[in-house]
Each structure stands twice: as C-alpha cells, then as structure tokens.
Design a protein. Structure first.
Length: 161
C-alpha cells in the first residue's frame, strides 16, 4: 500500500470531516438568502396564507436538520449522508411550490394587475435553492465516500468501528 495514501486515510481517524460540514453551512446560508428574498416581498396579500406559514416552519426544520447533519458528518456518520441527500432533493422540489406559483400569479394592487414575483426575483430564488441543494448533495456524496474509505481503512488495520 502507498504510504502517503495510508497516512491520509489514517489521519481521518483523528480529524473532522470539515469539508462536508462546511458545505452544510453554505447550504443553510443560501437557504437564508432564499427565505429573506421571499419573505421581504410585499405584494398585496398574496403571501398572507397557510403556505407561507408552512414554509416558515419548514425553513426552521431545514436549518435544524442540516445543522444537526453537519455536526454528525464531522464525525463520519454515514447515515447522515442519506439525510443530506433527501433534504437536498427537497430543496429542488421547493422551486415548484412558492417560487413557481408566485412567478405565474398576478394580483390586483391599487386597481392594477401586477406580477407577484418578477423574473429577476424568480431566477434569484431558484438559484439560491439550487446552490443550497448542490451543496447538500455534494456534502452527502463526500461524506459517504469518506465514511467508506475510513471504514475500509479501519478494517485493514484490524480496528472495529
């Protein structure tokens, strides 16, 4: 076995998986950009409905789940790779809920019909959600790969993990 590769793998036993954790933090940051952009919009009463309430609760759960996952992937916990992958997929699905509906909706404000979400804001919030999702999916893939490498290394040196 290559000594450099062995040392690199052996170091994983003692250092944290900060790469995946940092990607999780980045995903949270872009989710914050998303919800600030959505919630600061004031277009009549369009956003005053149960869907926004559910979205607020989801954002809180999202941030808690991703932060918990970030702490767990630091310690090479493989099952949180699955959590991150699912949450990443949900970030993509969110594009089709509020942003897509708001982008196609019109509302009457002062006897004038206006778009709820203009194309610029729609593209921006979609990009925020996509970047957040990519960060989560990358964090999941990196953690899964590193967990597999560490598990293989532990078996090769005769240590049960």
């Amino acid at each position: 076995m290559n000594d450099d590769n062995f040392i690199k793998r052996d170091r994983m036993r003692f250092i944290k998986n900060s790469q995946s954790a940092n990607l999780c933090y980045l995903a949270i940051l872009f989710n914050v950009f998303y919800f600030v952009s959505i919630y600061k919009s004031d277009v009549g009463t369009y956003y005053y409905n149960i869907l926004i309430g559910i979205s607020i609760v989801y954002n809180l759960i999202f941030m808690l789940a991703v932060f918990l996952s970030s702490e767990s992937v630091k310690n090479y916990d493989k099952k949180y790779s699955y959590v991150l992958a699912v949450v990443g997929a949900l970030q993509i699905a969110r594009i089709f809920i509020i942003p897509m509906r708001a982008h196609t909706a019109k509302i009457m404000v002062n006897n004038a019909e206006v778009l709820v979400m203009h194309s610029g804001q729609f593209m921006r919030v979609c990009i925020y959600l996509i970047i957040s999702a990519v960060c989560l999916l990358a964090a999941a893939a990196i953690n899964y790969k590193k967990c597999a490498e560490l598990s293989e290394h532990m078996k090769s040196i005769g240590v049960q993990n």
